[in-house]
Design a protein around this ligand. Structure first.
Ligand SMILES: *Cc1c(COP(=O)(O)O)cnc(C)c1O
Length: 360
């Protein structure tokens, strides 16, 4: 039964509804991004039942699982595609993000072959330096090609991504750059674009502060819905209207003992070949848990729910926690609960060792 991640579907649904409602008030549609929890179908279903416009992910396997589960909303592929996944992307999704003309050609061929019309959002790189056209002329010629030459494709709009690699902030000015590119394309194709997609969770501050450029009408939101922790901890927004505890990691205690805090002997390397520092705090009470880095990757990114408990470190299959200062009497066989962050949610939901259960 352990370790396991328990997911509160009602809280997840609450979070989806809160963000979608706030965006819709400003005439902004939401693509609900499900890659953060590995597209677990029961969770994805919550997005399907909500008012979000699309369900979005970077992985086609997750779309396949969702469809098998019976999810019917339109799917958006948000990692600019591998050319080798063109056939599956056309088969499984309705719209995708692009930055390469070669890939667009392959998508067009597949769409024609499968007798489908596939939506295209062309990505502009505004300085964050991950995906997207850097050269606006190249982007405009791709737009003209999709619009005029690719019968299987529909030019649905333009988009950008910020705050992922280059840590660039989605300021109103930055997003105005995207609107200018969109309007430039519109003047060349002689019609309005349906979507101008102004980023991800890092663009939500524009919604909260009501200073989103007029024409931005689509955001692709993952973290800000499933966790809303970055907006609170890094950006300082009051996110008390959201649940930060949709996901709970639970692990079993397999040893409780008083031990020294500093290793005894000649200090070499840890299980992962790293040099570690150990603070000597004398003898303290600590517990050993039956889960490790294999399950969540980052010991400093799991957060004990009980006050006074501190994660000291981990190896592949063990986690060591200091329990000296907690009021609870912790025994072998007890279950310890942890909050997670975006990075550790991705890992625990991907690990075959971590069971998934639902609170509702
Ligand atoms: C992951 C991703 C998102 C969602 O990011 P969050 O920070 O989780 O909101 C949006 N767009 C693209 C292109 C992505 O890769």
């Amino acid at each position: 039964m352990y370790p396991r991640v328990e997911i509160d579907l009602k809280k997840l649904r609450h979070n989806i509804d809160e963000i979608v409602a706030r965006c819709r008030e400003l005439h902004i549609e939401v693509a609900g991004v499900v890659k953060g929890f590995t597209g677990i179908p029961e969770c994805t279903k919550q997005f399907d039942d909500s008012n979000c416009r699309f369900i979005a992910t970077s992985r086609l396997e997750q779309v396949e699982d969702a469809k098998k589960y019976g999810i019917t909303k339109e799917f958006m592929l948000i990692r600019v595609p591998m050319i080798t996944e063109a056939a599956d992307a056309i088969r499984l999704t309705d719209i995708s993000l692009h930055s390469e003309i070669e890939v667009l050609k392959a998508f067009n061929e597949q769409a024609l072959k499968q007798k489908k019309k596939h939506g295209i959002i062309l990505m502009a790189d505004l300085g964050d330096l991950r995906e997207g056209f850097w050269d606006t002329e190249e982007m405009i010629s791709a737009a003209l090609m999709v619009e005029n030459s690719f019968e299987g494709l529909e030019l649905s709009g333009v988009g950008t991504n910020l705050g992922c690699y280059g840590s660039v902030s989605a300021t109103p000015r930055k997003l105005e750059e995207l609107v200018r590119i969109a309007e430039c394309i519109e003047s060349r194709i002689g019609r309005k674009l349906e979507f101008i997609s102004g980023g991800a969770t890092t663009s939500l501050p524009r919604v909260f502060e009501n200073n989103m450029p007029e024409r931005i009408n689509l955001l692709r939101v993952g973290e800000g819905i499933i966790l809303a922790k970055d907006l609170r901890d890094l950006w300082g927004y009051d996110m008390s209207f959201m649940y930060q505890d949709v996901f709970t990691l639970k692990a079993e205690v397999i040893e409780v003992k008083d031990k020294p805090t500093h290793p005894v002997g000649e200090i070499m390397f840890d299980a992962f070949g790293m040099k570690q520092e150990y603070e000597d705090r004398g003898i303290r009470r600590r517990a050993l848990l039956a889960m490790g880095k294999v399950d969540y990757a980052f010991p400093d990114m799991i957060y004990p729910r009980d006050k006074g408990i501190q994660v000291l470190g981990a190896s592949s299959d063990h986690t060591i926690v200091d329990i000296q200062d907690t009021e609870r009497d912790i025994k072998v066989g007890d279950i310890m609960e942890f909050d997670l962050c975006y990075a550790t949610i991705v890992y625990v939901t991907n690990s075959p060792n971590v069971k998934i259960t639902f609170a509702n």
